[in-house]
Design a binder for this molecule. Structure first.
Ligand SMILES: Cc1ncc(COP(=O)(O)O)c(C=O)c1O
Length: 402
């Protein structure tokens, strides 16, 4: 066997966690709060059937959908991003500063291609989204955790670590964070944008859950406070349209977009023309507002049921977050229960979750008593059943521990 590239070693640990994440979505008998998949009953299948029928029926459109397109993405979809997704959030955007990518995750890949050399430091939250850590490590970056409190990333520690470690980039999920469900408050958003400008550090703002707000006040993205082009905003259509569509977008300064263009052509040349035009038409025909309302109503109910069940079925001393949106809540169990070990027993109770440990890059035993619970793809009835099972499992494990 020829020798594998060095990068496959650097990413080994995070790759194993991501593998588990995918596996937790696959067993049909198990009620899984593990993966972060959206509810499939929300996918706009009928509307897309109607749109594809019409577009394929118009010969020029049909041919265009099946032809090569441009690396930056179809103009119609970039206009949709500017008009429907960025402008309402306080980001003044033109289609020229937007690139369409193969799912939000491709942005992290392209940004690493453009900015990261082996050994570069990337500051991440604690906990953070392990799938992106996997990407950063593939580029042989060194991920360093920044302290987080109940409101998310702590700005004093960000600044201190910027001064000490001279990172290339700060990676942050400011809204309904994955995995914690927390939202970074306004003042910290402003401060982070300022720090990026002052120390010439890139802020990679990963914001795929921003449109899924069920309670609380709307907040502008970090990029809205950036006057120097140091913040890159990564968005996704996965949670508001379809994850199988593999559509995401990036909004950045013209200089960064120009480099991303080169990285994109060298990687896969473009994102599917077919799905971009279908998605653009979905927005242009005015279907999005009512669709988003349905999405939000359904997830709000699931979030509420999940929170009630934690409070009812989990042991006294359990701590949890209350996410104002997104798909996750984060739980800290009392009594020294190790959630990685707990998951081994969870299969026989036919319930699954994501153990907390894998979301921390520190690797010093942090998060061993934590779990991420995803409520998006489980019906309210199954949330009740699954959470009761999980409560029983935790109680049994606690008894075994005593
Ligand atoms: C924090 C975070 N970033 C990015 C993504 C990207 O998703 P996609 O590549 O499906 O757009 C996800 C999806 O789960 C996520 O949770």
């Amino acid at each position: 066997m020829p020798k594998f590239a060095q990068r496959m070693t650097t990413m080994e640990k995070s790759a194993r966690v991501v593998e588990k994440l995918f596996k937790s979505m696959t067993s049909p008998e198990t009620i899984s709060f593990g993966g972060g998949a959206p509810a499939k009953e929300l996918f706009p299948t009928k509307i897309l059937q109607e749109i594809s029928y019409e577009l394929f029926g118009a010969p020029q459109q049909g041919q265009r959908m099946l032809q090569y397109g441009s690396p930056e993405g179809e103009r119609e979809l970039r206009e949709v991003v500017a008009q429907f997704l960025l402008e309402p959030k306080g980001v003044c955007a033109v289609p020229e500063d937007i690139m369409i990518v193969n799912g939000g995750l491709e942005t992290m890949n392209l940004i690493c291609q453009v900015f990261i050399d082996p050994g570069d430091v990337i500051l991440v939250e604690s906990p953070t989204f392990v799938h992106c850590v996997e990407i950063f490590e593939m580029f042989q970056a060194k991920c360093v955790a920044v302290e987080s409190d109940e409101q998310g990333l702590c700005m004093d520690d960000v600044e201190q670590k910027i001064r000490e470690l001279h990172p290339k980039m700060v990676y942050v999920i400011p809204t309904f964070q994955n995995p914690s469900g927390k939202t970074l408050p306004l003042e910290r958003r402003r401060k982070l944008a300022e720090l990026g400008s002052r120390y010439d550090v890139l802020i990679l703002e990963d914001d795929p859950y921003r449109d899924l707000r069920y309670s609380g006040e709307e907040l502008p993205p970090i990029q809205a406070f950036d006057a120097t082009g140091h913040t890159v905003l990564a968005g996704s259509f996965s949670k508001i349209f379809s994850p199988g569509a593999r559509l995401g977008y990036v909004h950045a300064s013209p200089a960064i977009i120009a480099k991303l263009y080169n990285a994109k052509t060298a990687t896969n040349s473009q994102t599917s023309t077919l799905i971009q035009l279908l998605c653009a038409e979905f927005f242009r025909r005015g279907y999005f507002p009512a669709h988003l309302e349905r999405v939000i109503d359904l997830y709000r109910e699931r979030r509420d049921v999940m929170i009630q069940c934690i409070d009812r079925f989990f042991p006294a001393g359990t701590r949890r977050t209350f996410p104002d949106g997104g798909l996750f809540t984060w739980v800290e169990l009392p009594g020294g229960i190790n959630t990685t070990e707990l998951l081994e027993q969870a299969w026989s109770y036919q319930v699954a979750f994501m153990p907390g440990e894998g979301f921390f890059v520190e690797g010093n035993g942090k998060g061993t008593n934590c779990m991420r619970l995803s409520f998006g793809n489980v019906s309210p009835e199954n949330i009740r059943v699954g959470m009761e099972r999980l409560g029983r499992l935790i109680a049994d494990a606690a008894q075994g521990a005593n």
